[in-house]
Ligand binder design. Structure first.
Ligand code: ADP
Ligand code: MG
Length: 412
């Protein structure tokens, strides 16, 4: 190899090393997009347009929006640059675009930090929302949620993609304002909402009754109003109201004044959301008791998704993923049988069963356990599962489960 080629490779390596540092600095880690099959020139053009759009958002001081768009365009550029490097083609132009996108995204992160501090110092309600409800980073991924494949796909279309490409999903293609997850407890409603937040890399406001129901009259509704206002300032943002039935249940004659006012404020704020085409603020709510939710609130959610109990395939996936790191002597056919017996169990019940089964080998000889090496603990056997299934019963009766199914039918 000639010296000049060696020098070129060395320079290239240095360039890659230099290009890594902005990624590491950027608080939101950039993953590569997998779709390298498309025409690279077309992709480069698309990415350039997106960077332009991101820069416009940046100049308009819409930092959260700019950051999402810029990070997304970096994800498109990164594999192209790698490919070009492998083919020893010139990739200077794309590299410069990438650096521009990442460094601007980094400035956006700092601006968002500043905005957060300045909003928190405005009034006690904003401070409380930012301190207790705002999450800028979520660790739950779609991959860690077993089963629910069609729902994950539906969420991609309804909420994830519109946030990654806000320029495309406008007008008639604009995403819905609100999504309601309902269904028996312990099947991943909260997990799904968190995975959505992780996927779209936007600001996520996680609230529940404990945040919004306050001792003093008038405080709850002020917090509700502030929640929507703060989310508006950080858009694109997602507000997640967990156990919404406990905050916004159906009106009754003896209803408490505070809860009536909270509900009214919710309806006003919800209707005020997405007043223009550019607004990117979404609401996800979750409930185990959809039948208790106020009718006016329920009507606002145009998309309602039943998060059902796991079917045989999902149960199998869940049990096997939980047993992955545990030594066991159970054959696949025995796992099938175990999971058939787990019909009617929720995902979190199944987790409890697996935990119980895995504890059995440790219970046999507690005295020697302290001194025993981890390798000498006997593998989990199918009998341990039989014991666990007898001990841990499903948290929901068949009758309670039927209530969800009939609510689901009435919604269709
Ligand atoms: N689909 C799933 N995949 C993996 N774990 C799950 C799933 N659904 C529930 N779990 C487990 O059960 C726990 C409770 O789930 P969660 O999302 O809080 O239920 P929900 O909000 O529907 O009541 C989770 O922390 C997780 O450990
Ligand atoms: Mg939940």
């Amino acid at each position: 190899m000639s010296d000049s080629i060696k020098q070129t490779i060395k320079n290239d390596k240095q360039q890659v090393n230099r290009s890594r540092s902005p990624f590491q600095n950027c608080k939101t880690k950039i993953k590569e997009k997998q779709n390298v099959q498309q025409d690279p020139n077309q992709q480069i053009q698309n990415a350039s347009k997106m960077i332009e759009m991101g820069m416009k958002y940046f100049q308009n001081q819409q930092y959260s929006m700019a950051k999402v768009v810029l990070i997304n365009s970096s994800q498109v550029l990164l594999p192209i640059i790698k490919q070009k490097k492998q083919n020893e083609e010139d990739h200077t132009a794309e590299y410069q675009q990438l650096i521009k996108a990442i460094s601007t995204a980094e400035i956006c992160t700092q601006k968002i930090d500043q905005l957060q501090q300045s909003i928190a110092s405005q009034d006690p309600y904003s401070k409380q929302i930012i301190e207790t409800a705002m999450i800028r980073k979520c660790d739950v991924t779609f991959d860690s949620i077993v089963g629910l494949e069609s729902i994950k796909n539906q969420l991609e279309e309804v909420i994830v993609l519109p946030n990654l490409r806000p320029d495309i999903f406008t007008g008639i293609r604009a995403p819905p304002k609100g999504i309601l997850f309902y269904g028996p407890p312990g099947n991943g409603k909260t997990l799904l909402a968190k995975a959505v937040a992780n996927q779209i890399k936007c600001c996520f406001f996680n609230v529940s009754a404990s945040t919004l129901v306050q001792k003093h009259l008038g405080e709850g509704e002020k917090l509700m109003k502030t929640l929507f206002n703060v989310a508006f300032k950080f858009q694109p943002s997602v507000i997640f109201i967990d156990e919404i039935d406990s905050i916004l249940s159906s009106r009754s004659s003896e209803e408490h004044e505070a809860s009536r006012r909270l509900k009214t404020e919710f309806l006003i704020s919800f209707d005020g959301m997405q007043t223009t085409d550019q607004d990117r603020i979404f609401l996800i709510a979750a409930t185990n008791r959809p039948q208790d939710i106020d009718g006016a609130v329920l009507r606002r959610f145009t998309v309602k998704i039943l998060i059902d109990q796991p079917d045989q395939k999902a149960r199998l996936g869940l049990v096997k993923s939980l047993m992955q790191a545990v030594s066991h002597s159970i054959l696949d056919i025995a796992f099938d049988k175990i999971c058939e017996k787990l019909a009617g169990y929720s995902a979190s019940d199944i987790k409890a069963v697996v935990k119980e089964a895995c504890m059995q080998p440790l219970r046999e000889d507690k005295i020697t356990l302290v001194a025993m090496s981890a390798q000498n603990i006997r593998p989990v056997r199918k009998e341990d599962f039989e014991f666990a299934i007898n001990k841990v019963k499903p948290s929901l009766t068949q009758k309670q489960y039927q209530e969800y199914i009939s609510f689901n039918k009435s919604e269709k």
